[in-house]
Design a protein around this ligand. Structure first.
Ligand code: ATR
Length: 267
């Protein structure tokens, strides 16, 4: 069977082996998918050893997505624009780097939440690595515009500048947000500290989709807040499953059905 792994530090919590094993059973693909803990200072050696031993591909998680970008000999446009790689494919001496995070988010919004992004007004909170990862696939869906808010506004301007050729992008502080949005995406890492970005309640309306890229067993403070003001809320679990499906498709050429995976995890 062909070997794949998720590499990270820490990596023990990763659900990727279960998800990909379910995909493989469903599609009849003969693969083996494991977890690989890389030392913080030895990502490259860990990857090259796995590839040298016949590994076919890897998912890359925290904190190695930027090192995976540097290690890639060829990059897809979406990986290049994101500045980060979450999917590696080994082919002879070539290391192909891709990024399926944004496609996963878009698939979760359009397929699972049933919201067409075309013509929508999107608010993106945060301007770090997670925000870079989702911009291109969101813009490819032809929203009306994306408005980026970040504590450090200069970082938001830098993010907007990188993607300006792909669609209409506005930038502001949190305090300056007045209008309502169809989709509000929390791409800050605030939820990891059980905090939330200082987003005003005025951005939510009935039927706004409020999506936190973080996932946990309990709703994040952002989700609780958005729900209180009438939004439909989702966490990042759907994005996780859908980015896995995109990676599986990059490697195997078939896109698995994600429904059974949601059922498996009780979602
Ligand atoms: P990631 O890869 O998760 O995006 P990152 O690149 O360190 O991590 O970016 C973290 C993002 O979360 C940034 O946009 C950061 O805002 P600043 O750039 O203004 O610092 C944002 N962030 C982190 N904690 C936050 C909090 N408590 N409230 C609001 N924004 C927060």
């Amino acid at each position: 069977s062909d070997r794949y792994a998720v590499v990270g530090n820490p990596v023990g919590h990763s659900k990727s082996p279960e998800i990909h094993t379910l995909f493989a059973q469903q599609t009849g693909q003969d693969i083996e998918y494991t977890r690989l803990l890389a030392p913080l200072n030895d990502f490259k050696t860990t990857v090259m050893r796995f590839a040298g031993e016949g590994g076919h591909g890897m998912n890359v998680t925290v904190p190695f997505k930027f090192e995976a970008f540097d290690l890639s000999s060829q990059l897809t446009l979406r990986a290049k624009m994101a500045g980060a790689v979450n999917t590696l494919r080994f082919d002879g001496a070539a290391i192909y780097g891709d990024n399926t995070d944004g496609a996963g988010l878009v698939a979760d919004i359009t397929r699972n939440a049933g919201l067409s992004l075309s013509g929508s007004r999107i608010l993106l909170l945060g301007a770090g690595g997670a925000a870079y990862g989702v911009m291109l696939p969101l813009l490819e869906r032809k929203p009306d515009f994306i408005h980026i808010a970040n504590l450090d506004e200069s970082k938001a301007r830098e993010l907007a500048g990188r993607f300006s050729a792909y669609g209409k992008i506005a930038v502001s502080s949190y305090g300056a947000l007045r209008e309502r949005f169809d989709v509000v995406i929390n791409a800050t890492s605030a939820g990891l500290q059980n905090a939330m970005p200082p987003v005003p309640s005025a951005v939510f309306q009935e039927n706004t989709l409020a999506l936190d890229l973080v996932y946990a067993d309990n709703p994040t403070p952002f989700m609780t807040f958005a729900n209180r003001y009438g939004a439909k809320v989702r966490d990042g679990f759907g994005m996780l499953v859908e980015q896995a499906a995109e990676s599986f498709c990059v490697w195997r050429g078939v896109r698995p059905d994600t429904k059974p995976v949601f059922a498996f995890f009780g979602r």
